[in-house]
Write a protein of this length. Structure first.
Length: 199
């Protein structure tokens, strides 16, 4: 398969890309690194990316993350900015990309544990992840030409625990292999509309 990985240089991408490259042709994309540059917060940039990489069988997005927020001072404007990349960026990958993927191709998006488990300081992340789950459920029955879509919802990756674990006491790190396996499952198995929770 020909697989486009957006965010291949991130924490998960650094482990996922080598594993998938053993059996597939990989094209990487990112804001500052990769074979192709893309800004997922820009519809124009997303369309330009798909114009460059034709005949793709799968598109995996593990890019974009939102900052922590302070609920007591949180505003609609802050939330809108947070949602621009990880939520609407990933939605646009599908809305635009559905015209470019090969028949029976698949999309894999990334949400997160805060859709299901609340923690302080991540209201924007919770909204984003919950909305992505709903989008994937809907898109799975709307996509044509045999296209599939799934979303991986990671807990705290073990490779990030040293940097961020203190912010989320009690949140158990998830092995990198478990995360990589979940993404690979969306490629190898004939599933769609699934939320793969890796907590």
């Amino acid at each position: 398969m020909k697989i486009l990985i957006i965010g291949a240089n991130g924490t998960i991408g650094k482990k996922l890309t080598p594993q998938l490259s053993q059996h597939h042709t990989i094209i990487t994309a990112g804001r500052n690194s990769g074979d192709i540059r893309v800004d997922v917060s820009s519809e124009t940039s997303i369309k330009a990316m798909f114009e460059q990489v034709t005949a793709i069988d799968a598109c995996i997005c593990i890019a974009a993350s939102g900052p922590l927020d302070d609920f007591s001072t949180l505003t609609e404007q802050q939330l809108s900015a947070d949602l621009k990349g990880k939520l609407f960026g990933q939605i646009n990958l599908v809305l635009i990309g559905q015209k470019y993927l090969n028949n029976n191709g698949c999309f894999t998006l990334t949400s997160g544990i805060f859709a299901d488990i609340p923690y302080r300081g991540v209201t924007g992340g919770a909204i984003t992840s919950g909305a992505l789950h709903s989008f994937v459920l809907s898109a799975a029955i709307e996509l044509q030409r045999g296209l599939r879509i799934n979303v991986v919802s990671p807990g705290m990756a073990e490779d990030s625990a040293a940097d961020y674990g203190h912010l989320f006491p009690g949140l158990k790190p998830v092995s990198m292999q478990a995360l990589v396996d979940a993404y690979e499952k969306t490629i190898n198995e004939d599933i769609t509309g699934q939320i793969l929770r890796v907590y």
